[in-house]
Design a protein around this ligand. Structure first.
Ligand code: ADP
Ligand code: MG
Length: 601
C-alpha cells in the first residue's frame, strides 16, 4: 500500500535525521498523555474523601500529588514544543537534502519540462517542510490514545453501557475525517496547475525580467486579471471542500453533545439512587469529556497524518524515481576523442505529442575539425547540440563517439569532455569570478586561469575595472555577507558583456575534447563579433568544435559547413564548395554580404 510505504519511509527519515530528539519527544508524549487521567482519578479520590470523613494527612497527600501533576502538565508541553521544533528542523534539512540530491540525479532535461513533474516537485518540497507534522500527529495520536484508554478504563468501571455508546459515536467521526483528508489531498493535486500559473503571473508582475515590456505594452492589468482568475478558481475549489467540512463537523459535534448530555442525565439519576458516589459523578463527567475530546483529537490527527502521508508520497515518488535516461548495464568512460563523432540516421522529437525536430540526420564531425552548423530558426540546430550532450536520447538512430554509442558512457564523464556556450546560457546572480568559474570550479581561486579565459573572451579589462574587480557581484538581487551594509555593490552588465562572460566560462574548459558554441556572438556588434571569432579560431588550435551562427561571415573559414533545414542535413561542404553549389547557403551568404555592404562605414 502506498500509504504504508510512505509511513515506513517517513519514520526512517525521522529516525535518520534525529533519533534522540524523536525518542525524547515521544517519551514526553507518554507523560503528557497520561497526566489528565491521573488528575481525574486524584480529584475523584479527593472528593470521595471530603464527602466521607476526610483524614487530613490523606487529603494533604492528594493535594500535593495534584500540585505536582499540575506543574508537570503546565511545564512539559513547552519542552515538548521545543523538541518538536528541533525535530522539524532536522527532518526538514535532511528531506531537503535528499530531495535535491534526487533532482540532481536526473541527467536529462525532459522531466524538468514536464508540468506534472513540476507540480510533484513543488508538493514534495512542501512535504519535506511538513513531515514533522506527521510525527507531531503521530505523537498526538499516541498521547490521545493513552488519555482515551485511561478514561475508557475508568468509564467501564462506572458504566459499561455508556462506554459502548461513546465508542460507537466515534465511528462516524473516524469515517468522515478519513474521507475529508483524502479529499483535501486530492484538492491540492487538482489545483496544483492553477497555483503554478498564479505563481508564474505573480513572478512576471513582480520581477525585473518582464518589467520593461509590461510597462511599455501596458499589459499589467491584463496579467493581473489572469493571476486573479487563477486564484479565484483555486478559491472556489477550496470553498466547496470547506463547506463540506463545516457541514460534516457540525453533524459530528451534535452527535457528541447528544451522547454527553444523555450520559450526564443518566449519571445524575444514578447518584440520586445511590448507585454512584459524588466522586464517581465527577469522574464520569471527566471521563466522557476526556474520551470524546481525546477520540476527536485522535481521529482528526489521524486524518492529518493521512493527508500528510499522501503529500509525502509525492516526495517519495521524486526521491525514488527511476533514472530519466536509460543507463547502460556496463557503464564505461569515454576516452579522448581520436577519430570523430557521428550522427547516424538520428530522428528526434521532444515527446510523442511533439512533431519531429530531427528527421534522419547523418553527420560526421572528424576529430580536430571546426564544424559550422547553419540554418533557419527552428531548423533543429540547438536540439542537435543538446543531443550531443545527451540531455535527451535520440528517438531513433544513434550518436557515436569514436564508434561507441554515447548511451554506453557515463553521462557525467561524457559531459566532462565537453565545453559549451548554450544559446540560453545562464546569468548567475553571483560574482564575476563565480560566474566564470562555474565552467570549472577548480579554477575558482586560480586568478591566472580566470583572467586568461576572460582575456580570450574580451571581458578581462571590463571585469578588472569593476568596483571590486572579479569579486564584484553581477546582480542587484542579493548581496554577499560582507556587502550587506553597502547596497551599492552589485553591478548590471549589458547583454553583450554577459555573452562574453559565458564564453569565458567555455574557454575555461578549453582542454576538453569538444567545444560547442551555440550562437555565442548573437548579442555582439559586428566588429566585436569579428574580433571574437578571430579569437575563437586562433585559440581553438586542433580542438574539435561545433559552432552555430546566424552570421555566415563568421563561419566561412570552418572546415565543414553543414546546412540544416527542417531537421535534415541539406547541404554540407566547405565555403567554396557550398558557394559553387549555389544552394541555400550560397543564397543566404549573398543576401548577408549585400546587407553588410549597405551598412554605412
Ligand atoms: P534552432 O536552434 O535551429 O533555431 P531548435 O533546435 O531550438 O532550433 O528547435 C527546433 C524545434 O524544436 C523548434 O520547432 C522548437 O519549437 C522545438 N523545440 C525546441 N526545444 C523544445 C522543447 N524543449 N520542447 C519542445 N519543443 C522544442
Ligand atoms: Mg537555436
Amino acid at each position: 500500500m502506498a500509504r504504508t510505504r510512505a509511513l515506513r519511509h517517513l519514520v526512517a527519515l525521522v529516525w535518520q535525521a534525529a533519533p534522540l530528539v524523536a525518542c525524547g519527544y515521544l517519551g514526553l508524549a507518554l507523560l503528557v498523555g497520561l497526566a489528565p487521567v491521573a488528575v481525574a482519578w486524584l480529584t475523584k479520590l479527593a472528593i470521595d474523601e471530603l464527602v466521607g470523613d476526610a483524614a487530613l494527612g490523606v487529603l494533604l497527600g492528594l493535594a500535593a500529588a495534584l500540585a505536582v501533576l499540575g506543574l508537570a502538565v503546565a511545564v512539559l508541553p513547552h519542552w515538548s514544543d521545543y523538541l518538536r521544533a528541533n525535530l522539524a528542523r532536522a527532518v526538514g534539512l535532511r528531506g531537503l537534502d535528499r530531495l535535491f540530491a534526487a533532482v540532481e540525479r536526473f541527467v536529462g532535461l525532459a522531466r524538468f519540462e514536464d508540468p506534472t513533474f513540476q507540480d510533484r516537485l513543488r508538493l514534495a518540497q512542501q512535504a519535506t517542510g511538513m513531515s514533522p507534522q506527521v510525527v507531531d500527529g503521530g505523537q498526538q495520536i499516541v498521547r490521545g490514545a493513552l488519555t482515551v484508554l485511561g478514561f475508557l478504563g475508568s468509564l467501564v468501571v462506572l458504566s459499561p453501557v455508556m462506554t459502548g455508546v461513546v465508542l460507537l459515536a466515534a465511528i462516524p467521526t473516524l469515517i468522515a475525517e478519513r474521507s475529508l483528508a483524502r479529499q483535501r489531498a486530492g484538492l491540492m493535486w487538482q489545483i496544483g496547475p492553477t497555483e503554478r500559473r498564479e505563481i508564474f503571473y505573480a513572478q512576471l508582475l513582480g520581477g525585473i525580467e518582464a518589467a520593461k515590456e509590461i510597462r511599455l505594452f501596458g499589459i499589467g492589468g491584463w496579467l493581473r486579471g489572469r493571476m486573479l482568475a487563477e486564484r479565484r478558481a483555486a478559491n472556489a475549489a477550496r470553498r466547496v471542500l470547506d463547506r463540506r467540512n463545516a457541514r460534516i463537523q457540525s453533524g459530528l459535534a451534535a452527535l457528541a453533545a447528544l451522547v454527553a448530555g444523555g450520559g450526564l442525565g443518566w449519571a445524575l439519576l444514578a447518584v440520586r439512587s445511590n448507585q454512584l458516589t459524588v466522586g464517581d459523578l465527577s469522574m464520569f463527567v471527566a471521563a466522557v469529556a476526556g474520551v470524546q475530546a481525546g477520540l476527536a483529537n485522535v481521529v482528526s490527527q489521524y486524518a492529518n497524518v493521512h493527508h500528510h502521508l499522501l503529500l509525502f508520497s509525492h516526495y517519495l515518488e521524486v526521491v525514488t524515481a527511476p533514472p530519466d535516461l536509460p543507463e547502460p548495464a556496463s557503464r564505461r568512460d569515454p576516452v579522448a576523442l581520436r577519430s570523430g563523432i557521428e550522427f547516424r540516421d538520428v530522428w528526434f522529437r521532444y515527446s510523442d505529442e511533439h512533431p519531429w525536430v530531427l528527421r534522419g540526420v547523418n553527420l560526421r564531425i572528424p576529430r580536430g575539425a571546426a564544424l559550422a552548423l547553419v540554418g533557419r530558426n527552428g531548423a533543429g540546430k540547438s536540439t542537435l547540440v543538446k543531443l550531443l550532450c545527451r540531455f535527451y536520447d535520440p528517438t531513433a538512430g544513434s550518436i557515436t563517439w569514436d564508434g561507441v554509442d554515447i548511451r554506453e558512457f557515463s553521462v557525467a564523464e561524457l559531459r566532462a569532455r565537453i565545453g559549451a556556450v548554450f544559446q540560453d546560457y545562464v546569468q548567475y546572480d553571483l560574482t564575476a569570478r563565480e560566474n566564470i568559474a562555474v565552467g570549472d570550479l577548480n579554477a575558482l581561486d586560480d586568478d591566472a586561469r580566470l583572467a586568461d579565459a576572460a582575456r580570450l573572451a574580451g571581458i578581462h579589462e571590463t571585469l578588472e575595472n569593476l568596483p571590486r574587480g572579479y569579486d564584484t557581484l553581477l546582480t542587484r538581487m542579493f548581496f554577499s555577507e560582507a556587502d550587506k551594509a553597502d547596497s551599492t555593490t552589485g553591478v548590471v552588465l549589458s547583454g553583450g558583456q554577459w555573452q562574453r562572460l559565458a564564453l569565458a566560462r567555455a574557454f575555461l574548459r578549453d582542454r576538453r575534447d569538444l567545444m560547442i558554441l551555440d550562437e555565442p556572438s548573437a548579442g555582439l556588434d559586428a566588429e566585436a563579433e569579428h574580433e571574437l571569432h578571430t579569437q575563437i579560431v586562433r585559440h581553438r588550435g586542433d580542438q574539435t568544435s561545433v559552432l552555430i551562427s546566424h552570421r555566415l561571415a563568421a563561419v566561412r573559414d570552418a572546415d565543414l559547413i553543414v546546412v540544416l533545414d527542417e531537421g535534415t542535413v541539406v547541404e554540407s561542404g566547405d565555403h567554396a564548395t557550398l558557394m559553387s553549389q549555389d544552394g541555400q547557403y550560397a543564397r543566404l551568404f549573398g543576401l548577408q554580404a549585400a546587407g553588410y555592404q549597405l551598412e554605412p562605414t
